[in-house]
Design a protein around this ligand. Structure first.
Ligand code: ZN
Length: 214
């Protein structure tokens, strides 16, 4: 799907870019690419995405949290809200004392497995950075449609300092919003012959997703 089409389905989200060329972060209706070199670009409508998840931002609940790390915050949301068996978006706008991300590097044909492609990935660190974290929680039942558990990306407010797939953080203070979904729509690439003909090893894929996305 092109970025232009994707943005008709939502104004916030996450994904990757054609050839696995970096991490996508969709914020306020604009799609950004964080490349393996750490450079942040705004994506053009004609650029393509092999995988992305978006939604229209309409938070269901909002709370201010202070001085909390990634695992504690994620656990807190599952305890505070009754949504562990459904999909929900999580959005945090605030200041992060520590932000630790990574970005996958572009792959060339013949494409390697996801595990090989993501084995060595550049990582990035920033301290005391303002920005937006966006992503999703998916119940374990839906591993494959999404990454089971939390999958979140980050973009600094200046769109320059740091971005990417979030490995860890410490939130100094921020507005934490969650938005559960009653409906999930999945798009498939019916015009992609390579995808249609591929003989996928689903057992290996599950392991690959877990290894690549945690
Ligand atoms: Zn990611």
């Amino acid at each position: 799907m092109t970025v232009g089409e994707l943005l008709q389905h939502g104004d916030y989200g996450i994904g990757t870019v054609q050839d696995l060329d970096g991490e996508m972060v969709v914020i306020a209706g604009k799609a950004y690419q964080v490349t393996g070199s750490g450079k942040i670009n705004q994506l053009k409508p004609e650029q393509a995405a092999p995988f992305a998840t978006v939604h229209f931002n309409a938070p269901h609940a909002q709370t201010t949290l202070k001085d909390i790390d990634k695992s504690a915050l994620e656990q807190h949301l599952l305890e505070k809200y009754p949504y562990r068996n459904v999909f929900f978006a999580v959005k945090i706008e605030g200041e992060f004392a520590v932000m630790h991300t990574r970005a996958v590097e572009a792959q060339k044909k013949p494409y390697p497995s996801l595990t090989t492609a993501t084995k060595t990935q550049p990582t990035f660190d920033a301290k005391n950075v303002q920005g937006t974290l966006i992503g999703y929680y998916a119940p374990a039942l839906f591993q494959g449609v999404a990454v089971a558990g939390y999958h979140v990306h980050f973009l600094s407010a200046d769109h320059q300092t740091i971005g990417g797939h979030v490995l860890d953080y410490h939130l100094k203070q921020g507005q934490v919003a969650i938005q559960p979904f009653a409906t999930l729509q999945q798009h498939f690439p019916l015009d992609d012959q390579a995808f249609l003909k591929e003989d996928f090893d689903y057992g290996d894929m599950d392991r690959s997703i877990n290894q690549a996305e945690k």
